[in-house]
Ligand binder design. Structure first.
Ligand SMILES: Cc1cc2nc3c(=O)[nH]c(=O)nc-3n(C[C@H](O)[C@H](O)[C@H](O)COP(=O)(O)OP(=O)(O)OC[C@H]3O[C@@H](n4cnc5c(N)ncnc54)[C@H](O)[C@@H]3O)c2cc1C
Length: 428
């Protein structure tokens, strides 16, 4: 049984702690902020007595390691998994186009879902299917030198296919523009969603606030395993012995800790670099470019939504989520909206909702809360992908975890959890 210190209480750190504790290792998790969750947490909005997330998070059935983590901490029941893939895409003429698969006969059900996606002409749908075959029969690495936009254009995807299908799938999974991402990463994401089984294509939403969904269950699980969590404890320096290639102790804002076999660092690279510099560890991490996500929580006089969520085609708002007592609008790669004032954003919200939903006409916005996450995810660009491939997984007894590790996936929950699983497996 090894003694492990895990630094950082986001998805990567919490899942690392859970995977290790599940194998009966002794874990002490330290987190700089007074709460767990990192970039994915919830809080009580006392004005409306409602739990809201810092940002709506979508998971998918292909989040295999995330589901394993939720299972270990007893939180699988806290998420809702679709019975079959179903997304309602709304166009600005208020028409709804469904991407909907039957529950059985995978993968034929997915083929039919695409053939029946009427936002595209028949020829466009056939070209989409041809592209999917290409994705199936080629390696993601074959596309490491081109952007997703180049990949789509080279494969005869029309402007309408891009606007009505690819753009929204891409921005939701990659959080950047089509001409900014590496096609290698997008192809890998498509393969993972569509070609790793029927379950992988389903959308998964948390049933509760994010902290209630996974942070609190992790806390209870770690407590049961007699592991320790210290909040408001920030790692400042690592005392690393170069000769034996080993971290001997760490200094935090409160303590010096030396009783550990392994140190797991699950903090983002821009925070980690500072720790390395202060510790005189000569590692230069890549300076990633980041992309923002904007969430707008709305309290209305009447909820007009029929479905749990919608994707909006060619809109400045990408997704609309129905939480019944309030609704949440999400815009990924939100560089433009981030510059605007709250009043300007709400004006756009009114225009977009009126343009996409007939039912919105008589609705009054009673209150709103806008949350701007500036560094929501790093951009999975060609350059960032190159840098990631050169990253070390460990340095002696120090292991790295986080969505930025070279898992081959974009900056997502699954990327973060996969990174922890890699070394948790190595330590067992
Ligand atoms: C608004 C928004 C929406 C998103 N939507 C989705 C989505 O729909 N689907 C999806 O899969 N992903 C989504 N993501 C991305 C996802 O949230 C992240 O990829 C994931 O949470 C990253 O987890 P992490 O543990 O790697 O990093 P983080 O969550 O950043 O955790 C790092 C932790 O380390 C702590 N820390 C930093 N420095 C120190 C230190 N010196 N000492 C101790 N602790 C330290 C930080 O306080 C933080 O808690 C979204 C992100 C945002 C912001």
């Amino acid at each position: 049984m090894a003694k492990c210190i895990v630094v950082g209480g986001g998805f990567a750190g919490l899942s690392a702690a859970a995977f290790l504790a599940d194998k009966n290792h002794n874990v002490h998790l330290i987190e700089a902020s007074p709460k767990l969750g990192g970039r994915a947490y919830s809080f009580l909005n006392s004005k409306h007595n409602t739990i809201v997330d810092n940002g709506q998070h979508i998971m998918m059935g292909c989040y295999h390691y995330t589901l394993k983590f939720l299972n270990i901490i007893g939180a699988e029941k806290n998420v809702e998994i679709q019975k079959n893939l179903k997304i309602d895409f709304v166009a600005n003429n208020k028409k709804i186009f469904q991407l909907k698969a039957k529950s059985n006969n995978y993968p034929i059900n997915i083929l039919f879902a695409l053939i029946n996606y009427k936002a595209l002409s028949l020829l466009e749908r056939l070209n989409v299917i041809k592209l999917f075959l290409k994705v199936l029969y080629n390696y993601p690495e074959d596309y490491s030198n081109i952007t997703t936009k180049e990949f789509l254009l080279k494969n005869n995807q029309s402007q309408n296919s891009i606007d009505s299908l690819w753009e929204i799938l891409h921005v939701g999974t990659m959080n950047c523009k089509l001409n900014e991402s590496s096609a290698e990463i997008f192809v890998r994401v498509l393969r993972e969603i569509f070609f790793t089984g029927n379950q992988s294509t389903k959308i998964i939403l948390p049933k509760f606030g994010l902290s209630e969904t996974y942070c609190k269950p992790t806390e209870s699980f770690l407590e049961k395993k007699q592991c320790k969590i210290s909040l408001s404890e920030k790692l400042i320096k690592i005392n690393f012995n170069q000769e034996i290639n080993k971290a001997l102790s760490i200094e935090t804002n409160r303590n010096e800790l030396s009783e550990f076999d392994y140190l797991i660092l699950s903090v983002p690279p821009f925070q980690l670099q500072k720790i390395f510099d202060d510790s005189e560890i000569k590692i230069t991490l890549p300076t990633y470019e980041y992309s923002p996500i904007l969430n707008i929580h709305l309290w209305l006089n009447k909820n007009f939504l029929k479905e749990k969520f919608y994707g909006l085609i060619d809109s400045r708002i990408h997704w609309v989520f129905n939480h019944f007592d309030h609704i949440t609008l999400t815009t990924s790669a939100a560089d433009e909206l981030m510059k605007l004032s709250d009043n300007e954003i709400i004006k756009i919200v009114r225009q977009e909702l009126a343009e996409y939903f007939d039912e919105f006409n008589n609705i009054e916005i009673k209150d709103y809360l806008i949350i701007k996450e500036k560094r929501a995810t790093f951009k999975p660009s060609i350059l960032n992908t190159l840098h990631r491939k050169k990253l070390l997984n460990n340095l002696g007894n120090i292991y790295f975890a986080g969505d930025w590790i070279n898992t081959g996936f974009p900056s997502t929950i699954e990327g973060a959890v996969r990174s922890s699983h890699i070394f948790a497996d190595e330590l067992s």
